[in-house]
Design a protein around this ligand. Structure first.
Ligand code: MN
Length: 700
């Protein structure tokens, strides 16, 4: 309990007894879960979550956040399940802990600057609840404070991540305080030499300036007190990292950066701010063009202050910021200010607080009419409509919400999209239609010669994927139509083959039928807009060959199962290999294969312009869809047993519908794919052997 004492004391300042008791329970669970674990400093592990909770308690966060902070590493490190947490501490705490664990799992892997921006966005997008980010920031802050005991390589990596990812997130949430500390610690760990040298130089420079600074503070203070204005005047020291950044970006020397003396005056009201400004301008001469009124026109991130630069004693430049307490707190704490200044027993949910914060920014902005860019960015980050996923090498791809692996493939490259056949999401093979989730790693499996599938159009959502698939299919359709047309005509020619006729005759026929060339004629046949038999007649005038008489000996067209879009299988009778079949020629849509005994075609098969004889090619490979209806007596686990028998027989079940019949039986309607008739017979035989099966039949 010793470790908990300090935190408890802090909690008691703003929470009631019952709430503190709950938090104490969470502490005990965390302590026991981490028992025996040590940090690399040698301290017991539990010191870390307690410190994280402590940081958050200073912002007066709600009990759930504090409990989640205490428990934030138990899912990741101690095999405690989310369900256990939910049972003991409620869903909110469990969700928060899980959210933090998920963020911990994703690692910032590439160096590219642009990726850092996307990575930040992804982290924000992954959280449903802004408190997850705030816990993560506190976690990172404590890890940075205790970085010293890690190996140099790891220290550098974590420091880099802090500077690239976490400090900017803190800035984005308006939390200047945490951001400043993260940057300072990150700078020290990332560039230890530069940090030491700069720190020493700044220390010396500050030493020399101390006297001047105190004189200026005294002067200002006296001037204000003379007019009975209550205000605090503080000397403002720039963070080392911001000095470093300024030197680097503006290529200035340390002396130039340090040559500016900066102060902050904090008072009670907006009105007082302007009065103080007036007095300061009468004390020292203001430098023209340096006055900025960020109270009337706040900065885009909600920052408010008056800025002015004065010419001080010995011609020194004095920068002054004037602001109220509230403006100061907002500038320091950002979104967290909404926890800090609400009463302890308000139950305002986190998202509402985040929205409130956004709203306050918007209100400031609407007064200012300034750039909305920052707010737009924050809004997108907090309430995203995009998903962020990784490629296997760690690059981040940004896609609209609901995007699928096919969208992802086209986002990488058109060729990848066109030749993709499967995908792995987090190393597991998943359907290409799976909606992607933030933070997933997606790997696209391609095969040379693979083609886009028309069914993709039903689930892709990016314009790029859609346009590419459409474009490809249009060309593909014409290619397929051409080769099908060739085969259809060949078949209509009976004994003869297309090659027996010379090009001149073919061109004549094309011209007569108003086509550019014979290929176009073949394409039209393939598309079903022109009957093969008609062209066959033109190629072979009656006197030469009696086509009519040969009709019976026409070799039926062999169906290979690989014809593509222009050969399809009728939904009414679901033909499968080696059953007798017939083809219906449908204008513009190619041919549709029916079972020869299908009711829908039985009466009309003699019309040779619409129907043609076909047969299955020997050794055809593929999966063909059928429907099977199984009537079973009600019994426990019936569905599972039937399904597993079907699966054991190597059929893929695509869909199952259940018809409630009377109390005694149910009808299970399976849609599945099979290889051929023998395969189907085998499945039916196995299912029939089950003792609770009453009837089994193939639909229609
Ligand atoms: Mn941690």
């Amino acid at each position: 309990m010793y470790l908990f004492a300090g935190l408890k004391e802090q909690l008691e300042t703003y929470l009631d007894k019952e709430q503190v008791k709950q938090i104490q329970d969470a502490y005990v669970v965390a302590r026991d879960a981490h028992a025996g674990q040590l940090r690399s400093s040698g301290d017991p592990y539990i010191t870390h979550p307690v410190a994280v909770a402590r940081i958050l308690s200073e912002y007066h966060f709600d009990p759930q956040t504090i409990m989640a902070a205490l428990l934030h590493d138990v899912i990741e490190d101690c095999d405690v399940s989310k369900e256990e947490l939910a049972e003991k501490f409620g869903d909110q705490v469990a969700d928060l802990v899980e959210g933090v664990s998920k963020l911990t799992q994703i690692k910032f892997r590439t160096r590219a600057e642009a990726q850092a921006e996307n990575f930040r966005k992804m982290m924000m997008a992954m959280v449903q609840d802004i408190r997850v980010i705030l816990i993560k920031l506190a976690d990172r802050l404590h890890n940075m404070r205790t970085l010293g005991s890690l190996k140099p390589e790891k220290r550098r990596r974590i420091a880099n991540e802090t500077l690239e990812i976490y400090a900017p997130i803190a800035l984005r949430l308006g939390m200047y305080g945490i951001r400043g500390e993260l940057e300072d610690l990150g700078f020290a760990a990332r560039y230890p030499m530069r940090y030491r040298v700069l720190k020493e130089s700044v220390r010396k420079a500050r030493g020399n300036r101390k006297e001047i600074i105190n004189t200026i503070i005294d002067n200002i203070q006296q001037r204000l007190e003379a007019d009975v204005l209550h205000a605090r005047v503080v000397g403002r020291e720039k963070d080392l990292f911001s000095i470093y950044r300024k030197m680097k970006e503006k290529r200035t020397s340390l002396t130039e950066v340090m040559d500016v003396y900066a102060f902050r005056v904090i008072c009670d009201t907006e009105d007082t701010c302007y009065r103080i400004l007036g007095f300061l301008h009468s004390l020292y001469i203001p430098i023209p063009g340096r006055f900025k009124d960020y109270i009337a026109i706040p900065k885009a991130n909600g920052y408010q202050s008056l800025h002015t630069t004065l010419k001080g004693p010995h011609g020194l430049h004095i920068e002054v910021q004037i602001r109220t307490d509230a403006m100061d707190q907002m500038a320091e704490n950002g979104v967290a200010a909404h926890w800090l200044y609400k009463s302890s027993n308000d139950t305002n949910p986190a998202e509402l607080k985040a929205r409130e914060w956004m709203k306050s920014l918007m209100e400031l902005q609407s007064r200012a009419g300034d750039s909305m860019e920052f707010i737009e960015n924050v809004k997108i980050d907090l309430f995203p409509d995009e998903v962020f996923v990784f490629t296997p090498n760690g690059s981040i791809i940004v896609l609209p919400h609901g995007a699928t692996p096919v969208d992802f493939a086209y986002a990488i490259h058109t060729d990848v999209g066109n030749s993709c056949i499967a995908c792995k999401i987090n190393r597991q093979i998943m359907p290409l239609s799976t909606p992607l989730i933030n933070g997933s790693t997606v790997e696209i499996i391609t095969a040379p010669g693979a083609k886009p599938n028309p069914s993709w159009l039903s689930f892709v959502i990016t314009g790029k994927a859609r346009a590419n698939i459409r474009h490809f299919l249009k060309n593909l359709r014409l290619d397929e139509a051409l080769s099908l047309g060739e085969r259809l005509l060949d078949q209509a020619l009976g004994e003869k083959s297309l090659d027996d006729f010379d090009a001149e005759l073919k061109q004549q026929i094309a011209t007569k039928t108003k086509h550019k060339n014979f290929e176009e004629v073949l394409t039209e046949i393939g598309l079903g807009r022109l009957a093969a038999i008609v062209i066959a007649h033109r190629l072979m005038p009656k006197e030469e060959t009696a086509v009519e008489e040969d009709t019976n000996e026409k070799k039926p067209l062999a169906i290979r199962g690989t014809e593509g879009l222009l050969v399809s299988y009728a939904k009414c009778c679901h033909p499968i290999p080696y059953e007798p079949i017939v083809a219906f020629v449908s204008a513009g849509r190619g041919i549709i294969i029916h079972r020869a005994d299908c009711k829908n075609v039985a009466k009309h098969q003699t019309d040779e312009h619409k129907y043609m004889p076909v047969q299955w090619e020997e050794g055809i490979q593929g999966e063909f869809s059928i429907e099977l209806r199984v009537v079973v007596f009600n019994d426990r686990g019936v569905l599972a047993k039937v399904t597993s028998v079907i699966a054991e027989a190597e059929a893929n079940i695509v869909n199952i519908d259940i018809d409630q019949q009377d109390g005694a039986t149910n009808a299970l309607n399976f849609t599945m794919t099979v290889r051929d008739r023998v395969h189907l017979a085998n499945i039916i035989r196995r299912v029939r052997q089950l003792k609770f099966v009453n009837k089994i039949s193939r639909s229609k």
